[in-house]
Design a protein around this ligand. Structure first.
Ligand code: DQA
Length: 150
């Protein structure tokens, strides 16, 4: 199976931004680790990042041509983007599950981060496990894909 590892706004600055919250791992490190784990588990991982809501929607739609699942850190869009939520819902209804990842524990932070409008249309959400959360998310989405027989 092929999985899209998708990152939203400001996550291109991972490793530079607010290290106390997000750690010093860069986005490239995350992409390399997840890709390597995917290879170990027999999956191809495709990586993308955008700071734009519309571009993220297009990337989610594009999973219809050959991806079996998505691991998605929507950044702050998780808290208010109904358009991203709808995009995830559309591909989920076509059998492409999405697992949401937040590096930080969003529930331990400002109250506006306690809401995720995207999580309800995801298979599940991982938050507060640091970048290790991506491993959990990849394993989980691959488990779901195997169950569904994609
Ligand atoms: C984040 C949490 C969001 O609230 C924040 O806006 C981010 C990163 C995380 O990975 O912990 O950009 O998604």
């Amino acid at each position: 199976p092929r999985v899209l590892l998708l990152h939203g706004p400001n996550l291109n600055l991972l490793g530079e931004r607010d290290r106390a919250t997000y750690g010093s791992t860069t986005l490239r490190d995350v992409e390399e680790r997840v890709t390597a784990l995917g290879a170990e588990l027999g999956a191809e991982v495709r990586c993308a990042q955008s700071n734009s809501e519309g571009a993220l929607i297009d990337l989610i739609h594009a999973t219809r041509s050959g991806d079996s699942g998505i691991v998605f850190n929507p950044g702050a869009y998780a808290h208010y983007s109904y358009a991203l939520r709808d995009a995830v819902e559309v591909v989920a209804s076509l059998g492409i599950p999405c697992v949401e990842v937040h590096i930080s524990n969003v529930h331990a932070r400002e109250s506006f981060r306690h809401t995720s409008v995207t999580a309800p249309v995801c298979q599940g959400m991982v938050s507060g496990h640091g970048v290790f959360g991506y491993e959990l998310a990849l394993r989980s989405v691959l488990h779901r894909i195997a169950e569904w027989g994609a």
